[in-house]
Structures are given as C-alpha cells and as structure tokens.
Design a protein around this ligand. Sequence first.
Ligand SMILES: O=C(O)CCC(=O)C(=O)O
Ligand SMILES: [Fe+2]
Length: 345
Amino acid sequence: MTTTPISDPITARPSPARTFGEIVLTDDVRDRIGAALLPLPNPMEDIDRSLARFYVAFAALPVEQLQEILDFGRHVDTPGVALVRNLPVDPQVPPTPTDGGPSREKRTFVAEGVLLGLSQLLGEPVGFTTEKAGRLVHDVVPVATGATTQTNQSSVVFLNFHNDIVHDDAGRYDVSNPDFLVLHCLRQDAGREAVTYYADARDVSRALDQRVLATLRAPLFRLNAPGSYVRDIAGGVEVLSEPVPIVSGPAHCPEIAVSANGVRGLTADAEAALAELQRTCIEVAHRVHLEPGTALLINNRKGLHARSVFAAKHDGTDRWLQRTYLRRSLWNIRHRGTTADRRVH
Ligand SMILES: O=C(O)CCC(=O)C(=O)O
Ligand SMILES: [Fe+2]
C-alpha cells in the first residue's frame, strides 16, 4: 500500500518550514569568546571599532554555527526565532537598573559584546530617538511605573503578542521598524516564571480558520504607536497608523505586524479576528525561559513575540535583559537619520 504525502495548505510543500533554531556553544568556544571580550572597553565609546572587534571574537564560532546564524538573518525559509546557549557572561553583574537603565555600575562589557557580536551577524544595530532615548543597547527591565502597561517595562500583565514597531510620520509603523531584535539575558527573574513566546506567522496562518486569515490580510486595522511614543511624545493620547493588514505577503512566507499598545479593528469581523489571532498565537508559540548565557534571535517580520507575567520587586534583583534593534541596511531608513549619531534614527 502506498501513502500520499500530506501537502501543507500554506506552503503547498511536503513539509512546513522549521520555525525554531537552537545553537549551543561548546565550553571551549564559550571560553575563547569570553576571554576575547573581557578586556574590551564600553562599546559605546567607539561603536564601529567595537563591532569590528566583536567580529574577530565571534570568528571563534565553528563555521557550521556561524553559517546557521548568518542564514537565520538572510534567508526567507529559515526559522523566525533561534536560541543561542552557553554564551560567556560577565564575572560580576551589578544590580538590575530600576529606572529602565542603563546601569552606571557595569565595569566589564562581556554582555554587551555578546549582544552586539551576535547582532551584527544579523544586521546593523540601530537606535530610534523615541525608544530608550536612541540607545543602541536597550535594558529591558521591569519598571514600577510601567508595571501594568503593554510595554517592555511591565511585569504584572501578559505582554500581548506583538512585534516591535516604530512611529513614523508617514503613518506606517511597520516599515522603518527593526528587521530583527536580539534579547540577551543578564539576570533571570528569581522565581524563573518569565517566559518569552514567539509565534511564527507561518504556523499562525496554518492554524487559523481561513476566513479569519482572509480578514487579517485585509487593510482593516490601525496600529497604535508604541507605548513609549504615546507616553513620552503624544501626552498619553493614542496615535493610530494608516489602515493596514495584519498579515501580508506570499502565503508560504507571510509578514505579520501587531502593535503591543493596541490595534483598532475597523469592523466587528476585524476585531473578532484580532482576538482569534492572539488565541492562536498562544497555541502555536515556541516558549523560552531566558537565563544568563542565553540569547534569543528574533525575526521581527516573520512572527510575533510575547512575555508572560512574572514577579518583580524593583530593588536591583529583578530580571534583566539587554536588547538590540537591527536593520539589514541603514540605507532605506536614511530619511529618519539624526545629525548627532549616524546609527540613531
Ligand atoms: O521580556 C521579554 O521577554 C520580551 C519583551 C519584549 O517584547 C521586547 O523587549 O521587545
Ligand atoms: Fe517586544
């Protein structure tokens, strides 16, 4: 008896693309990269020289692992999220900043070197004036005043499935935004509760009712600007995008965009589709407990990420991630460039 191969309705290919990657360094490679990074100065003193030094340090990666990370950054059919494990860490990690960072007590910069070293294998680190004051290394820490917001400062609420978007005067927040983000863990939350989720749009599209997917593919949605923009620039008033679809592009490699800070569906069906989307994301999502020595590479177009509730004390002992935003090229956001810093837009 012969069996007919099951064809996947989204990809029309025999088997769906792999949507999760995992790269584990050997102890020897970890120690070699750590030794190269330990004496280096604060990379912000001369960012482009530091990035060149990080290239040299990360040349210690075996060629197969280096290629896996490079392929993650450049190919359409590679996973949307990848976990890198057994990375070197700083000999001492100062108290977690309580005000959204940065720490003034950090004396070594192994964490920054790991973050930026991995980051530049995917793209160019970029800062946005409206996010963390344009810094290239973001501290993602719970902040008391933001505990219940749909921002990375929160802890007592589930941070809904979203991608990181950027307010733009053109009315589209999903165009100038990062292609990738990297999350690197310096300190895990004491209760080890915090979970980072990633739902790949390929898995989501396959799992959704096809009528709901068709609604999500129609320009029936207005994204609210990021919480930081609404809070710091717009005086707390929502600033909605042009009507856009949530899911766009070819069926086998869709792009997805959702604002954490709220999306307005323009019809009742559109509102219902948004609720269904959040439900489906949780069903198909990959789940990761980030701990020191691990970094999560996130494609910000292939999928949506989210974060669970976790306990925070705001006393220097809380969970601490560092984050970068990356563009494959700085050229096509040059209209936003600042004169003060060529990486800040
Ligand atoms: O805290 C996390 O795990 C993810 C937070 C987040 O959405 C972000 O930093 O963009
Ligand atoms: Fe995010």
